[in-house]
Ligand binder design. Structure first.
Ligand SMILES: [Mg+2]
Length: 360
């Protein structure tokens, strides 16, 4: 089996409402889909979501990266997916979103060719798990109301976006806790917004409120401060923006800067990069988390296959498709409240509505 062509498409989704975090407001859900076709006509799809402030990738650079890679991938065998991964990294530095899209499409094809769901091809088995729902950064009462709504929809875990100042962040978490009661698991994500001093105080207060974990409290490169914070924090510190690949994970863990790592396909360059991080984290006996960018169910389902392949994770934050009103895909993960299930279909199990895409 040989790759015949690799193409990039613009995929537009509609958001229900803008989504706010400490350093950004997301109002549009434009993303890139990668399509790979083999010479014998098997088609695979993958998502390459832009995240300019995190990975540096925009729709334009993703399209250019896919075009650059296409002739270098043509003729390769998608069932030799580790070889494809090595080729990608040899031929092009960075551009991790484009690589994530390519690798998802390659593993979609490899699964289809084997007649197996992609996670099974990778030896995975955990096909059902709980995801959180993320509360956009807002006034405490607005966040509390949204928390009530999503717990009512069957979510047992909420991720609360924070962004300072300290007193306001505490008010936010208190309002959410009061709204949902003690049984709902809460985790917070500061998206690099706090200072070390603030974070030391907040970690204790948040522990009192039953918060189970703090994600990225300090700036991405502040590893020394993160190690100081971690030593004093009663609850685990998980790093997201600090960790893009397995090398970052190894550095953060060996420096004692965190208790766990948040893997995102768009940072890691896709499923195999995610597996590499996962193995480093497991070797360190640290906690595994998966997150997502602003992306559709194609990317979310791909990430779910990685969760299954790694035997489950401590924290799952796969909710981006819930913020969308309309997206150009069908199928993919099934949801029942916060429970996510991977369909038992060959490949990724996502159908792309090609008519709704625009060639890049
Ligand atoms: Mg995060």
């Amino acid at each position: 089996m040989r790759i015949a062509s690799v193409s990039a498409y613009l995929a537009r989704a509609e958001m229900i409402k803008p989504f706010r975090i400490a350093y950004d407001v997301i109002t549009s859900a434009e993303t890139v889909f990668v399509m790979i076709e083999t010479r014998d006509g098997i088609v695979g799809w993958g998502e390459a979501p832009p995240a300019p402030k995190i990975t540096g990738d925009t729709i334009t650079t993703i399209a250019a990266a896919v075009k650059h890679l296409a002739p270098r991938l043509e003729g390769l065998d998608p069932t030799e997916y580790w070889r494809v991964w090595r080729t990608l990294n040899k031929e092009l530095r960075h551009n991790t979103a484009a690589k994530a899209g390519v690798m998802a499409a390659v593993l979609d094809i490899a699964g289809k060719a084997a007649g197996l769901p992609t996670y099974k091809l990778l030896g995975g088995w955990v096909t059902e798990f709980e995801s959180d729902y993320t509360l956009s950064l807002d006034e405490p009462e607005v966040m509390a109301e949204e928390a009530r709504e999503w717990v009512g929809k069957g979510f047992k875990v909420l991720k609360v976006k924070l962004g300072g100042p300290l007193s306001k962040d505490l008010e936010r978490v208190k309002a959410v806790r009061d709204a949902v009661g003690p049984s709902v698991r809460l985790r917070v994500d500061a998206n690099q917004a706090w200072s070390l001093k603030e974070a030391i105080v907040l970690a204790r207060e948040l522990a009192e409120l039953g918060v189970e974990m703090i994600e990225q409290p300090l700036p991405a490169r502040a590893l020394r401060d993160l190690a100081v914070l971690r030593a004093s924090s009663p609850i685990p510190i998980v790093l997201d923006e600090s960790v893009h690949d397995a090398t970052d994970a190894l550095e953060c863990l060996t420096r004692g800067a965190c208790d766990g790592v948040n893997i995102k396909l768009a940072k890691a360059g896709g499923i195999l990069g995610g597996l590499e991080i996962g193995h480093v984290v497991k070797a360190a006996r640290a906690k595994l988390m998966i997150g997502c960018m602003n992306e559709t169910k194609l990317g979310i389902t791909t990430a779910a296959h990685l969760v299954a392949a790694l035997g489950g994770m401590d924290y799952v934050d796969l909710d981006a498709d819930l913020f969308l009103k309309k997206e150009p895909v069908k199928g993919g993960v099934e949801r029942d409240g916060g429970t996510v299930r991977i369909p038992n279909k060959p490949g990724l199990g996502v159908e792309v509505l090609e008519d709704e895409l625009e060639k890049l």
